[in-house]
Write a protein that binds this ligand. Sequence first.
Ligand code: GLN
Length: 255
Amino acid sequence: MSEAPSAYALAAVHLYPDVLNIYGDRGNVIALRYRCEARGIRLTVLDVSIGDPFDPEAADIVLVGGGQDREQRRIAADLVARGPALRAAIDAGLPALVVCGGFQLFGHRYVDHQGGIIPGISVFDLETRHPGPRADRCIGDVVLETPEGEVVGFENHGGRTYLAPGQAPFGRVLRGFGNNAEDGTEGARTKNAIGTYLHGSLLPKNPALTDELILLALRRRYGPDVTLAPLPDDAERAAHATAARTAERRSRARS
Ligand code: GLN
């Protein structure tokens, strides 16, 4: 197994960073860049917004953040136009991390609080429906159990997401609401694409998840033998532990 030498380079595409960046989801790009460059892996980040050209085949990972219903409507037509190319690339193994509002539009559609339909691109076999203006939002700390281990974050969404039979979740809810506050699922995962409601931003407090995304991208570009050298994670683990304790404490206070 060969560790990623400094000759390795990756290209990340950040979709709609000027529109879908609620709750600091840009922090996911910062964490990805840090954990690449600390290993000598050069990361190029291409910001792609409405009308900008972009070929998913040239990307090693795609990132999308969250946004309110208004922002989702702003980018929906542009995203739908990119849907076939994104679906084909993800089906061929392109890693992606899509958060909250972005996550919802990687499903079939999002029915907003007024019953308006915002179309999605059907990367994930799911649908999101807002239960109406009087419904409580799903807000708070989240702790998940995932194949990458425990994942922590923060959620703030009105929409409830329902996975079709056979659609894998990203994780199981240990603390928080998750997709719909009913079935214990959170997010979705198809091949190397992960959708989640977790803001925070997500990646800085979850180094194992960040490294998994980097490794998926490296192995897709440079072959299955690539490995990643460990990094000193004391600060990240401390932040993760604090978030998990906070979620536990607040959950007890509510019960
Ligand atoms: N507008 C969507 C909802 O309220 C997503 C919100 C978000 O991205 N935080 O469910």
